[in-house]
Design a protein around this ligand. Sequence first.
Ligand code: FNR
Length: 345
Amino acid sequence: MPAEQASERKDDHVRLAAAQQRETPPPGGWDDIAFVHHALAGVDADTVDLHVEVAGSRWSLPFYVNAMTGGSASTGDINRDLAIAARETGVAIASGSLSIALDNPALLSTFRVIRDENPDGFVMANVGIERSPVDAQRAVDALGADALQVHINAVQETVMPEGSRSFSSWPASLEAILAAVDVPVIVKEVGFGLSAATLARLADMGVRYADVSGAGGTDFMRIENSRRAGGDYAYLAGWGQSAAECLLEAPADAPTLLASGGVRTPLDVARALALGARAVGASGSFLSVVLDGGAEALITRIREWSDHLTALHSLVGATDPGALRRTDLIVRGRAAEFARARGID
Ligand code: FNR
């Protein structure tokens, strides 16, 4: 794809993802998970410590700015705002897929701004699973990244007329990337979920971190579909599992789990942590904040999430994110139906 067309595609993704944030979220998702209220369970907020260990590093907060963008002038500006917010609040941040810049090095600066603005923060580079090991390491080097996200996006490719239809080489490609790169690798979906079988397969391949990135948030089937007339895959609406469903069925020997997909509030973060995620990513909801109010607005939002997440830990009697896993949860609606159908207690 010529550079100009590829940059336009990145701008389209941002515009269409932001429009989705203005819609009412679909039912289910994180709302299917509820904490049982125990009126005397609370602890003192000043005993709560939100830090978590991810990919060999200490993250002061258990949520992060997940992969989004880069590859055009305006998405470079968005990356600058995201990176400033990450620097000021200490959250980890992922870049969007560097594929476009690996193919058009003139666009690298629209990604590198993330590291330039945030020299000491935890930064994740991002590439697609089909990229060569050399490209994967180039992406890491370009950002001085602390980890590499490798995304798996078969649904998105299917809906795009120019998308790949050759998926059988992907496992071998991932193995080659795992063997080659010199930072921890986080394998992620882009909003359709990682099933128990996929997580087991990733664990067998030696993957140590996986972001289940489930359905119910940004929907790339609809984004790619609405970028063109014809080739309408609208009937695929609802494809995939929510992150809550993925966490519920994750096998005990799964990689360390991260979760994303439809995370809109600190309560969603707490729900994901309680279901076993080590940390929780937000893309679409943070994107809207930055588009509306720039870095300052996202800094305010992240500080608010940090305060509220501390308060929620205190309310349910958990002094740290790991302790949330021992709280009582109720699973309702679609997630309960999913759990029953999959034979999960
Ligand atoms: C994304 N996402 C994404 N993921 C990825 O691995 N590489 C990428 O380049 C992108 N690009 C991208 C652009 C935009 C504008 C958005 C909003 C999202 C997917 C993202 O990381 C995440 O998996 C899903 O968006 C689900 O999370 P949210 O958006 O519901 O919080």
